[in-house]
Design a protein around this ligand. Sequence first.
Ligand code: NAD
Length: 359
Amino acid sequence: MSDFKHFEYMAKHRYEQVVYFYDKTTGLKGITCIHNTTLGPALGGTRLWNYASEEEAVIDCLRLARGMTYKAAAAGLNLGGGKTVLIGDPDQMKSEGYFRALGRYVQSLNGRYITAEDVNTSTKDMDFVAMETDHVVGLEGKSGNPSPMTALGAFHGIRAALQYKFGDEDFTKYSFAVQGAGQTGYYLIKKLVEAKAKKIYFSEINPKHIDRMKKEHPDVEFITPDKFFAANVDVIAPCALGGVLNDQTIPQIKAKVIAGTANNVLLEEDIHGNMIKDKGILYAPDFVINAGGLINVYHELKEYNIGRATRDIEKIYDRLLEIFKIADREGIHTQQAAKVFAKKRIETINNVQDNYIVR
Ligand code: NAD
């Protein structure tokens, strides 16, 4: 018997709503969590995963929804945090009916929650969702692939980190190692090449991605994954997996800056955030530096305009500088400072909206 206390957990982290749904025709089994809608409708993708248990699914959904609240708030968006998880085998479940059934449950929340693609769901699946609801973004032919925009945001984030750590943004003076040359890593390396970075290394495990990089950028040097953390460079950019900053890897790091696209890179936020701080390394908080894709998709809610989206993504630079200053001023690690920054914005806007006005 599970002893997970749903309402205790919701109260502790101030969740608003958890919805369970089941479609008898298609077998759709899902959970939508809405963490906080102070700033606007909750936005978060739909993840399809073969969870080992229903409890694992609900905990994942709750955790991811809360993460979206901070990510949207720190990105300056008028969005709250939410998430949907679907329980099932991605190879077995997917069909038009399955995603249209999902669309109807999303619609039933009447705009309090907006969905998008995530792990094991695609823009094609979202086209079916869109047949039943307007509250879906990331559709084919609209804001497009988020990865180049995520990489663009990370590039501006790296600029901010260089500025804060070294006092300039002259890429020709600095060397980089990028972990993962998949979607976001590939585009980030392109930006670093364009900026004429002094030296770029990359590590990968997928032979196709290694070959692509070697063909397109022969000067970008491959290093085996075990050499990544100890690379003798100024900046390391994790663009692959979560949990990679931990007790084993942090002592190896020689770089002075960690800034990449990957999510949840600190294995234990406080322990490893502080370990990095104590080594004098500047860490760009993941949910702030990798928000480019979210900012891009947010623009789909209005009339999508790539110029406006790009300009908003550039603001990651100023936001990170502000967060680095908060961390130094308060003597806290930068991930914690990013949360302080996000919570402050939610609180301020909440207070501003206290005044009654007629619209
Ligand atoms: P991806 O799967 O396209 O790329 C990841 C790459 O890392 C793959 O090529 C994979 O082979 C490689 N890899 C895996 N293990 C490795 C290892 N041990 N050493 C070196 N390389 C390894 O994924 P992506 O879309 O680029 O996302 C990367 C990270 O960025 C994820 O954490 C994701 O959650 C995060 N992120 C992505 C986006 C986006 O727009 N795609 C937005 C925000 C955050």
